[in-house]
Design a protein around this ligand. Structure first.
Ligand code: NAD
Length: 431
């Protein structure tokens, strides 16, 4: 058996918050021989978020894309102390050796009334579970005898707000569910099932190149997924949304299921920490401003931030967070080596201030962005201006996600889920 966690007072302590892309990537690579490592997160597992939209319709099962965090904390050279809990306050003046904040962000609602109460988000495992249940609920309720036509149409109207990659991929999965499964299991109502994607700006996927945006919009049109561009949601009610449409008129759109995917905003824990740091150094509302070594500005080098809770020049993506985590693990290894070198340097009679630290700053090489657009088609915006789209790109999308999954266990489970959905169709039983 592996040794259990034991506090070693001769070693420095790193406290890590979060079990998302950034923190998990750091934990994976961190050498726990050199530090006491304490991990605090309310979520005792890592969630492979790129396949979350797939899990809402049953293309993959939720548990196949989750990996219990103890698989990591228990099997390191020295165990990591994991505490399941929600960090509610960070005091930047108290002394811990190092704190790494990797708590991610929360869903942006822009203060639009009714969003929190009536819409489903698509960020966490429980969001996906809720969507799956509500979707199947709508289908079953719509087939219930004796309902007025307008109610059937409302129940079968799936509205997605936000045309970023999350909204687009979710609408794409819904389309596949309709095409592959609803047609088979609910032939009476399949023709009435409608998917609408609402986007405030003139086009979906604003960060993708023009040709790929056009390809996506064309594919959606072919798949009969309606995109309402230049349409801004103003209010959300229990059964409908109020929008300012492209003609600048207010319009009410009834829905059965509403998925809200309008991006991220800082968590209260992060906003609170920002307010405790010098205002001239922390001037971004969306997250913690970090230096080139990912140290939080104004924290005197004891707090690091990575992923969606930090404000950097890169997009808040899984890829960036994951690279930052790997970089921090390397930086902690270098710090450890440098500190040992320094104490030797001082022991030899030199002045400590003459020891110059030479840590490498963080560099990010973007590997490209992928998005699934439905009907076994995907788009890819790759380095050197390479733009791909279509069925082959979908295979590329699948293999890229497969190889990025956390463990062999996850790969096998997802592989089986894909095979299962292809062979028997998606599971439409409502739990
Ligand atoms: P996003 O911020 O990329 O997109 C949100 C969209 O919602 C925007 O297009 C915005 O115009 C729209 N919007 C905002 N308010 C609205 C309103 N009231 N009414 C209608 N539309 C409104 O959000 P996201 O898609 O959740 O992505 C978040 C981050 O994660 C991004 O950096 C994205 O690149 C990344 N991501 C990437 C992938 C991928 O590469 N496949 C998948 C998911 C997320």
């Amino acid at each position: 058996p592996l040794p259990q966690f034991e506090w070693d007072h001769s070693k420095e302590t790193i406290a890590i918050l979060g079990t998302g892309w950034g923190s998990t990537s750091l934990l994976k690579d961190l050498d726990t021989e050199n530090y006491n490592v304490v991990l605090v997160s309310p979520r005792a597992y890592f969630l492979f978020t790129p396949l979350l939209p797939s899990s809402t319709v049953g293309t993959v099962e939720l548990r196949s894309i989750m990996q219990p965090i103890r698989f990591l904390t228990r099997f390191k050279r020295r165990e990591i102390l994991y505490v399941e809990g929600n960090c509610t306050n960070i005091d930047p003046t108290k002394k811990y050796d190092y704190l790494v904040v990797g708590v991610g962000a929360e869903n942006a609602t822009f203060g639009i009334p009714g969003v929190k109460e009536n819409a489903c988000f698509l960020k966490e495992a429980w969001d996906a579970r809720r969507i799956r249940t509500q979707l199947l609920d709508c289908l079953e309720s719509a087939t219930f005898p004796g309902q007025p036509e307008s109610e059937i149409n409302r129940l079968l109207h799936m509205v997605v707000v936000g045309g970023g990659p999350t909204g687009v991929e979710y609408a794409a999965e819904l389309h596949d569910f309709l095409n592959d499964d609803i047609q088979t299991w609910y032939p009476d109502i399949a023709g009435k099932f409608k998917i609408t994607l609402v986007e405030a700006t003139p086009h979906v996927l604003g960060m993708f190149p023009k040709d790929l945006i056009q390809y996506t919009e064309r594919t959606f049109a072919e798949n009969k997924v309606e995109i309402l561009n230049n349409t801004m949601v103003k209010e959300v009610h229990q059964k409908d949304i109020l929008v300012l449409n492209k003609d600048k008129e207010l319009e009410t759109i009834p829905f059965g299921l509403l998925v809200w995917a309008t991006g991220n905003t800082a968590r209260p824990l992060v906003s609170d920490l920002i307010s405790k740091l010098p205002k001239d150094l922390q001037n971004q509302r969306r997250g913690l401003v970090v230096d080139d070594w990912l140290a939080v500005k104004g924290s005197k080098g004891s707090i690091y931030a990575l992923g969606d809770c930090s404000a950097t020049k890169w997009a808040p993506t899984a890829q960036v967070a994951s690279r930052q985590g790997a970089y921090l693990a390397e930086q902690f290894a270098q710090l450890y080596a440098l500190k040992r070198e320094k104490s030797k340097f001082v022991e030899e009679g030199n002045k400590p201030e003459e020891f110059v630290q030479k840590l490498q700053p963080f560099v990010y090489n973007h590997q490209g962005s992928l998005a699934y657009v439905g009907g076994d088609k995907a788009i890819a915006d790759l380095p050197f201006g390479i733009h791909l789209s279509g069925a082959m790109t979908y295979l590329f999308w699948r293999s890229a996600y497969m190889s990025n999954l956390f463990s062999l266990r996850n790969r096998v489970l997802v592989g089986f889920d894909w095979l299962k959905a292809k062979t028997f169709g998606r599971d439409i039983s409502r739990e």
